[in-house]
Design a protein around this ligand. Structure first.
Ligand SMILES: [Zn+2]
Length: 113
C-alpha cells in the first residue's frame, strides 16, 4: 500500500522534529493532502495508526485537511480547480491543463507535549 510508506515518512519527520524541538509525545498531526496527491485520506488514517503504534505518536489524532487540486488552463489563461488529475477544465472543457497545486502532502502543524 502506497499510503503506508507515506505514513512511514511522516513518522520519520515526527521523530526528527521531536529531537529538534525536544518533545516526547505527539498528540495531534494536521496533515494537508492535496486532491491530486494520490493519497487516500482513509487509507492514510489507517496507515498512520498502524505505523505509529509503539512510537512517540501512538494514539495521536490525525487531522486531514483536503486541499483543492489547482491547474493552469492554457485556453482560459487562468487557474482553475480540478477534482482529479487529467480532468478537463471546468470552464472550457479543455485538457490543456497543467497542475500547479494540490499535488502534495505535507504536515501543517503538530500538537505535542
Ligand atoms: Zn479552460
Amino acid at each position: 500500500m502506497h499510503e503506508l510508506s507515506l505514513c512511514e515518512s511522516i513518522l520519520q519527520i515526527l521523530e526528527e522534529e521531536s529531537r529538534r524541538q525536544a518533545f516526547s509525545r505527539v498528540k495531534r498531526v494536521r496533515l494537508e493532502i492535496g486532491r491530486l496527491s494520490g493519497a487516500d485520506p482513509e487509507a492514510m488514517r489507517f496507515g498512520f495508526d498502524a505505523v505509529c503504534r509503539g512510537s512517540l505518536a501512538e494514539g495521536a489524532e490525525l487531522e486531514i485537511l483536503r486541499l483543492p487540486g489547482l491547474a493552469w488552463c492554457l485556453p482560459c489563461g487562468r487557474q482553475v480547480e480540478v477534482e482529479q488529475r487529467f480532468d478537463a477544465c471546468p470552464h472550457c472543457g479543455s485538457y490543456q491543463l497543467q497542475v500547479v497545486g494540490g499535488d502534495q502532502m505535507q504536515i501543517k502543524d503538530l500538537e505535542v507535549e
